[in-house]
Design a protein around this ligand. Sequence first.
Ligand code: SAM
Ligand code: MG
Length: 215
Amino acid sequence: TRKSRPQRLLKAVEGKATLGDPQSVITAIDHFCRHKEWAMNVGDEKGSILDSLVIELSPVNVLELGTYCGYSTVRIARLLPPGARFITLEFNPDYAAVARQVIGWAGLEDKVQLVEGASGDWIPRLREHFGVQMFDLVFLDHWKDQYLPDTKQLEECGLIQKGTVLLADNVICPGTPDYLKYVRNSPHYDSRYYRSHLEYTKVEDGLEKSVFLGF
Ligand code: SAM
Ligand code: MG
């Protein structure tokens, strides 16, 4: 059977990256996506902005919405402090299977809980199921029309608290206009844009960092 793009990406990791070396996994994926096949990872350019934020925050509880092949998961997990808890959600079982292998190749399986299912179904159950009280960092990178409803659901569940940082990818391309309008106009968020480019291209895109100030 013909392999899927995520399966080809995994093969590139297995062929080029060193087991247990997250940086080599990141480099192998970026090389594959720049020179072979574009894929919807946050990528190296926005990835370095993401890295800086993770280093600055040193978050203990992290949620990622949209795992895909585990590229951003590896980027984030490799920078977390010891004892951190990192949940990443993915509703496509084929992508989740590839991500598990990519995360394992990086040697980060003990730092990540990859949860299969839709964000809208999981968010109301996260507190009860995983015993998490709140998140210090939420990375939003799933389907773009879900950023706003999921943010509101996270607020309602009390998982966004004073100081929680939301980092949203692709706010320009493909774009998340309703979400941007919400975080930029809400008095409960301090929001700023980090201009960059759509992964592996020269097209403008960026990350929006929104700090929750409390109700
Ligand atoms: N964060 C990844 C990275 O940078 O390496 C890329 C994620 S990709 C842009 C978006 C992923 O979100 C896809 O794999 C898709 O299947 C998943 N997804 C979309 N909507 C979702 C939802 N409501 N719940 C869970 N996963 C979702
Ligand atoms: Mg993205």
